[in-house]
Write a protein that binds this ligand. Sequence first.
Ligand SMILES: Cc1ncc(COP(=O)(O)O)c(C=O)c1O
Length: 412
Amino acid sequence: MNAPADVSALDWAAVRADFPLLGREVNGKPLVYFDNANTGQKPRSVIETVDGFYRRHNANVSRAVHTLGSEATEAYEGARKRLARFANVRPDELVLCSGTTFAINLVAYSWALPRLKPGDAILLTRMEHHANIVPWQLVAERTGAKIKVAEILPDGTLDLDALYAAMTPEVKLLGVTHVSNVLGTVNPVREICREARRRGIVVLVDGSQALPHRKVDIAAIGCDFYAFTGHKMCGPTGTGALWARKEHLAAMPPFIGGGEMIKEVSFDGTVFNDPPHKFEAGTPNIAGHIGLGAAVDYLDALGMDRVEARETELLAHLQEELAAIGGLRVFGTAKEKAAVVSFLVEGAHAHDLATLLDLEGVAVRSGHHCAHPLMRYYGVAATCRASLAFYNTHEEIERFAAALKKVRGLLA
Ligand SMILES: Cc1ncc(COP(=O)(O)O)c(C=O)c1O
């Protein structure tokens, strides 16, 4: 095991100052932004990269031979390489796309739809985001395959015995989240992939909530597909990627067709480009992905071990404060947990809680968090969710706790 990163080795106040939005006020109060699982804020370097692209380099990629076209293509492909290095994968196995939702749909339509048949099953877990449920239901409807669900334990950990018992011969694909967006639970994806591969099951890991918060070595996980989204990891919205094993990318037909994904088109047929371009039809989010490249540089400079250590320290403080408030129902207390805490004040609706917190300048998300089956498990319609990032502070946690105490008093 690596030695724990030295959190004190970074000037976190200076890091926070890199994020212009965090300096604003909301409802006359300094903003406390605790909605990072929803989307993350952007450092100046990302904002300036996107701005600079449009000011100086804007052109389409892979089409024009003029200077601007070459600059845009070089920057776009450069971003793919940086992203690949960040996640320890090969650039030609990384399909750039609009985010996790697109990435999972790509696997559903290009890998699963042509393969699955009646009698097959897709295994999911209770804690999946709708983005890792609905595409599989659409595939199941069209192929006749069944959806199976592996349950969780009350503390929000996956019931691994149940998961492995559910890996029966008809299961062809397992979709599992690396980190739960509601509970913060970090799933042992390496071990899960090992078990799945032993049984010949293909695994898709939803990395949306992992990559922004910890060092992820996709190659070491042993999965077949890893989907992630750029906007939660300091990058622009509408960015992200699907990593897939080379052999899958080679065998999969394109999901959507159009320009850029072809070698040769005639009315008799089309010869497709090599992966990953085969899956990137049309003009991509060029500025966004170049911005994501800058985001990855930013996170790399911080060091993901330090990011994780910082967030672990903040989470411990947040949990202490919540325990001291009392009268709260907290969802998800797994030992391996990212800095996401879902909670309710007994007797109060999550939306009322979030609205009153907003009046105190505190941004938390309330709702079902695109996880209806998980809400159903806990017997609630919605929760409030405080989700932290490395740029949050201990002082913000104290302000959040004071606001929550005040709000609880109002709602009692
Ligand atoms: C675990 C998880 N999966 C998938 C998604 C969907 O990501 P996107 O909306 O960026 O496609 C999210 C976003 O909240 C998420 O938290």
